[in-house]
Design a protein. Sequence first.
Length: 465
Amino acid sequence: MHGLFRWSNKWWPGLVPLAVLWAAAAWVSTIPLEADIAARSAAALKSTVLDKTRIAVAGRDVTLAAEAFSEDGRRSALASVEAAPGVRLVNDDTRLVREVKPFVWVAERDNVRVTLWGTTPLPGSKARIADAARAALNGTEVSDRMGLARGAPPRFDAAVLLLVDQIAKLRDGKIVVSDSAVSLSGMARELGGREAIAAALKNLPEGFTIAANEVKAPPYIFQANKDPVAVTLTLSGYVPDNNVHATLAATAGRKFANEKIIDNLKASIGAPSGFSAAVTSALAALSRLSTGTLVVSDREVRLSGDALFEVAASQIRSGLAKELPTGWTAKPEVSVKPAASPVDATVCQQLFTQNLTKGRIRFETASASINADSAGLLDRLIEVAMRCPNTNIDIIGHTDGDGDPAFNQTLSEKRAAAVENYLVRSGLPAERFTTQGYGSSQPIAANNTDEGKLQNRRIEFMVKQ
């Protein structure tokens, strides 16, 4: 009996290694099994649409945690995992994605980036919208802060994808979809952009409406810069159409006879009412400046630069607003350039001749009324006269050969007198001037061509000691 007890004490420790080996074998065999079941479960869910999916496997039992976008989708996901080979039991830890009302989606653009936020109905929708925004914005940073929720109106994706294309047409602004109501605000990137957005919105899917469209057009800008060093006038910005373009270019050519015209104007819709008349008046004021810049922005005219003498500066400051159409405003910032150095009579004559060779004092047809296109040239002639204050000047009028000689004689005299009056009103002493008219008796070109007649219709300045 005592020996049997000793034998039994030696037997049971031998079971320990066997238990360890058995546990190790079970552990080694369970890991591949669970991994295989997890893979089969994940494969079974590939055709389902879920969010925040997590699969946990214990033996052959699967715990599925996920957020589904519909009750049918949730049940379908559970059934798919239950049908996966090797799965014994599925523990349901699924729930529905939250539902929101109103269902809001927003795209917001500033100078740096476009931010997408709010909610989308499905992960695929979210990805498509973000990809479409990056493609439409061509390099602009897109910040995707969109979430997922239930409650989207029918045809949500189609509506938002159309609206994403409109973001590229905005310089800054916001597009908001609240359920099926669409609101837009901000400023269009280019002229015509506001109209292009409005046209695109007509293609919104059925059921969507425009609650507000407050997209503004960018300023309609026309610019002209007079550079006395390069002797150029550069035109840039916008004009309403090709006809206005041609008219303003021709106007500039007449008013700025000394300068080379560099025309960078483009035609675009959106011009304010009275645009052509306002720009014509503003160009006339600019032509009187030695150097200057004209900026027409919507219905505001800003003119800056140096007039040739004080009276001209005063006339430009006070007269610009009076010449503009109703509803327009003027902001002249006109100073006076430093007086040029005095010259003797010979140089004075050369300067008169030089100015009158490049430009021509124009009059209304068969009239002694000076055309407004001549204001810039007349100011330059006044400046020349100021540089030789001790000389007297004879102003001589000529006409072409058309019409009655007696009428032409009288017209030439009246035109010379009109120029004298202009100079005197600008501050020059009347006693420095005399006037003469020679009608058509002293042509400098043939009177049988339009060009020849134009040369013969002239005013000459003769400097006397």
